[in-house]
Design a protein around this ligand. Structure first.
Ligand SMILES: Cc1cc2nc3c(=O)[nH]c(=O)nc-3n(C[C@H](O)[C@H](O)[C@H](O)COP(=O)(O)O)c2cc1C
Ligand code: SF4
Length: 578
């Protein structure tokens, strides 16, 4: 086989029965075993949006041209560890796979020749190989619990055979052949899995309402919009394991009695969209989507829709208008979407990560899942922490891990020359936390008491050089831009807050402005129609609460301690690009 993956689909013919699927599964598993136990040299290159930006495609090309006729070269996804990208995994016959990174295209020849041990990060095996430790011994991986990300960097996302060999569609198979709708939903309920899109609503409760709704047809919507700054966990999931998401949607369709599922993906994610569409096409070819699936008489269709870039289209009711081809704006509730969603029919909307957890819950049982996490927050959470940290990337940690462990152990602490000042939690929807809060458990509830929020897991670490006023202005301005303008408090209130903050940044603020911020914020929070306006001022209020002295220095002394705001000569304000 010449530079061709052993996992490349060879025979995707329609499967029409239970036995057909089991035979395909066996073939895929045998093929997978041969890939790793055989005498082939296997070269895998982690290709994702982040590694492409750092030259991964050049590395892949160079691997293809240098690997030799008998080697298998695979395009796998990234594994979340952005700090070691681009990386190559090289498996020689009778040796475990060794991961090298970061590498450039020019390093490839040396890696193949065994001349670059300095680039070896770890072995993808439980034990060390000579002096090379297991990858999982690295602190970045050691503290992670890889449930939904276990295929990241391992399978070729474009290969349905790889995915099936690693367990894909086993949960779907159970729901199709072995479980009633009630039994499947009972497992989701027992798992106590809460929505990963920010709100933390129990998925089992929503599914049961969807199942019980009488009107037909019903729909499932997977919310993969992810328009918040600094959140890219759903993009990562799509790029790594699109079949896991697809399987979660299909299980939801069968369990709730919906004949069509939609995946609404942010238009800024071309690779995620391409890989997910490929997954859908292959699953359709195999007969896992369509009519009379595997001869069961059950039907499930799947559509992909892409967003145009408006953050508000992540709000579930706005998203549904967008899916229907109407301008994406939230609506008042009730009725809830499970009663009247797409085309005024019952629609169950869940976040990508929520749905990605479902296949394992069905296979292993709800109790298994509930064994991870804390009393009120079960399972794991994908996090995308950003800032001047030693190791950056997407991680999956057990809920309940302290903030300190996540920042110091998983992300390796602050880079040299940077001093921790705070962490902006909950994307643009919550307040910052400071070093006083580092020992709090990270879960759905614990951070709320101190003004923080888990949200969708996109957090920003900021250091002493970041001005709290300027950062608050950036967060407020984001919500101002992204307001859909449907209701007055949000449409006019957020620009007013930005205006006040600009007065302060330019040295023309007064103490009265701090009172005015509180009054204006109260009105926006209490009177806005949807979640965007209802939380838009929270990051600003949190910044004032935790860094009040800094705000007072701006208005009383006309001084920006970090030298960021326009009050200071040569400022480096985040608002400079406005
Ligand atoms: C302004 C705004 C943006 C949102 N963006 C997203 C998003 O990008 N992805 C998402 O899953 N949920 C988003 N949500 C939450 C959704 O409205 C909805 O609660 C969620 O998709 C439900 O799925 P879950 O229960 O699995 O979390 C957003 C909410 C608001 C108010
Ligand atoms: S709160 Fe803001 S985003 Fe939400 S409906 Fe009103 S104007 Fe639109």
């Amino acid at each position: 086989m010449v530079n061709q993956s052993l996992s490349e689909p060879v025979d995707l013919q329609k499967l029409t029965s239970k036995e057909d699927f089991l035979a395909f599964q066996k073939r895929a598993t045998d093929r997978w075993t041969r890939l790793w136990d055989g005498s082939d040299v296997v070269v895998s290159v982690g290709v994702g949006s982040s590694s492409i930006a750092r030259g991964a495609l050049d590395v892949l090309d160079r691997c293809r041209s240098l690997a030799g006729e008998s080697a298998v070269v695979r395009e796998v996804s990234g594994n979340g560890a952005f700090w070691m990208e681009p990386w190559i995994e090289l498996k020689r016959p009778s040796e475990p796979p060794v991961v090298y990174g970061p590498v450039t295209a020019d390093d490839v020849r040396g890696v193949f020749a065994g001349e670059r041990p300095d680039l070896a990060v770890g072995v993808r095996a439980p034990d060390a190989f000579g002096s090379i430790p297991p990858l999982t011994a690295h602190p970045f991986f050691k503290h992670q619990t890889s449930l939904i990300s276990r295929n990241a960097g391992v399978i070729e996302p474009d290969s349905i055979e790889d995915a099936i060999a690693r367990g894909a569609y086993a949960g779907y198979f159970k729901v199709l052949f072995e479980m009633s709708q009630e039994e499947a939903i009972a497992e989701v309920t027992a798992a106590q899995v809460r929505g990963r899109g920010g709100g933390g609503f129990p998925a089992g409760v929503k599914w049961e309402s969807g199942r019980k709704a009488r009107a037909t047809p019903k729909f499932i919507v997977c919310n993969s919009h992810e328009g918040e700054p600094n959140v890219y966990k759903d993009r990562h999931l799509h790029e790594c394991d699109p079949h896991r998401i697809l399987e979660g949607i299909l299980i939801a369709c069968i369990s709730c009695g919906a004949e069509r599922g939609y995946n609404y993906i942010g238009g800024e994610y071309p690779l995620a969209i391409r890989r997910f569409r490929k997954a859908v096409a292959d699953a359709e070819r195999l007969g896992l989507i369509g009519k009379n699936i595997l001869g069961t008489g059950k039907n499930a269709a799947l559509r992909v829709r892409t967003g145009g870039g408006a953050y508000i289209c992540g709000e579930a009711s706005a998203l549904m208008f967008s899916v229907m081809g109407v301008r994406g704006q939230p609506r008042t509730k009730p009725p809830r979407s499970v009663e009247e969603g797409l085309w005024k029919r019952p629609t169950v909307a869940n976040n990508t990560e929520t749905l990605a957890n479902i296949p394992d819950i069905i296979v292993n049982g709800g109790e298994w899942f509930a064994g991870y996490g804390t009393e009120g927050s079960k399972g794991t959470k994908l996090m995308t922490v950003q800032g001047p940290m030693k190791w950056l990337g997407v991680v999956e940690v057990e809920l309940g891990m302290t903030l300190r462990t996540i920042l110091d152990d998983v992300y390796g602490g602050m880079r040299e020359g940077y001093t921790f000042k705070g962490v902006q939690t909950g994307g643009v929807s919550a307040g910052p936390l400071t070093d006083r809060h580092l020992d709090l458990p990270v879960d759905f509830d614990s951070l709320a008491d101190v003004g923080g929020m888990l949200g969708s897991g996109g957090w920003v670490i900021f250091d002493e050089k970041v001005c709290a006023v300027d950062f608050a202005r950036y967060l407020t301005a984001f919500n101002r831009y992204e307001s859909c303008s449907k209701c007055v408090p949000c449409r006019l209130g957020n620009p007013a807050l930005v205006e006040i903050l600009d007065r302060i940044r330019f040295g023309r603020g007064t103490l009265d402005d701090l009172t005015l911020i509180q009054r204006t914020s109260k009105h926006i929070i209490q009177m806005s129609l949807c979640g965007l306006g209802q939380v838009a001022p929270i990051p600003l209020i949190g910044m004032i609460e935790h860094f009040e002295e800094e705000f007072r220095q701006h208005v009383i002394e006309g001084y920006c301690p970090s030298g960021t705001c326009p009050i200071s000569a040569g400022s480096l304000s985040m608002a400079a690009a406005d």
